[in-house]
Design a binder for this molecule. Sequence first.
Ligand SMILES: NC(=O)c1ccc[n+]([C@@H]2O[C@H](COP(=O)([O-])OP(=O)(O)OC[C@H]3O[C@@H](n4cnc5c(N)ncnc54)[C@H](O)[C@@H]3O)[C@@H](O)[C@H]2O)c1
Length: 247
Amino acid sequence: MKILVHGAGGHMGRIICGMAEEGRFGAELAAKVSPELESDPANAVFTTLDEFDGAADVVVDFSNHAGTEALLAYCVKRNLPVVIATTGQTEAEKEMITKAAEKIPVFFAANMSVGIAVLADIARKAAAAFPEADIEIIERHHNRKLDVPSGTALILANAIRDVRENAVFNIGRPENGKRTQEEIGIHSLRYGNEVGTHEIIISNGNETITLKHEAENRALFAEGALKAAAFLEGKEPGLYNMKDMMA
Ligand SMILES: NC(=O)c1ccc[n+]([C@@H]2O[C@H](COP(=O)([O-])OP(=O)(O)OC[C@H]3O[C@@H](n4cnc5c(N)ncnc54)[C@H](O)[C@@H]3O)[C@@H](O)[C@H]2O)c1
């Protein structure tokens, strides 16, 4: 499976490239593409996607949501499946992703960790068992992270909303006043080199459940993305996520 890594010069991109160079999960590096890399076609390194027209089976994207349109145009033009691990897309960019998935297989997951998929499932069950409980989500990440709240916090909040139709996300609790029962509070901490911790507190006043997932290192996201790339092989056009891969 030949992989084109988009965002190859970033933290995640470098990890993915390292794994592909070692042949992990059946991967082979087709090309590295990233704005900060100087094009060097002899070594399959390119500044922009359009410079590369060599053989590839799948694109793995850990870049910036601002590049969504160009990324999708390239993948559709070349009929290449794409794993989008980048987070922070605007609504318009999410629509572009849905549209592209009518033409090519697209795996889109704000968190490539199997543990987070399990956590979302447990959170959904716990929220259903305690319909009156207050729910708060706290997420912690390194000080370079751009999007707030994290895409993963939104995955968890949306999993809870599956069983609480009236849920309202209160991001950062910016105003004075008592919380309402419909609220899911979402709080973002940014410091140092924190890889990513998500905590969900569910409390009805008599008892409190705390669910917590801690990412120990970033390699777990890269592994998940390579597994997702393998999952896309031979798939029909469509929008796929962690739930599909774990089914
Ligand atoms: N889905 C997951 O499990 C998961 C895990 C970790 C990180 N992420 C996301 O992956 C993305 C990258 O994370 P990172 O820690 O490697 O960030 P980073 O800042 O280290 O790297 C970002 C890379 O994207 C490139 N880039 C910036 N703007 C671009 C554009 N318009 N077009 C193309 N490339 C562009 C940068 O040059 C850089 O190479 C972020 O959105 C992050 O939230 C997702």
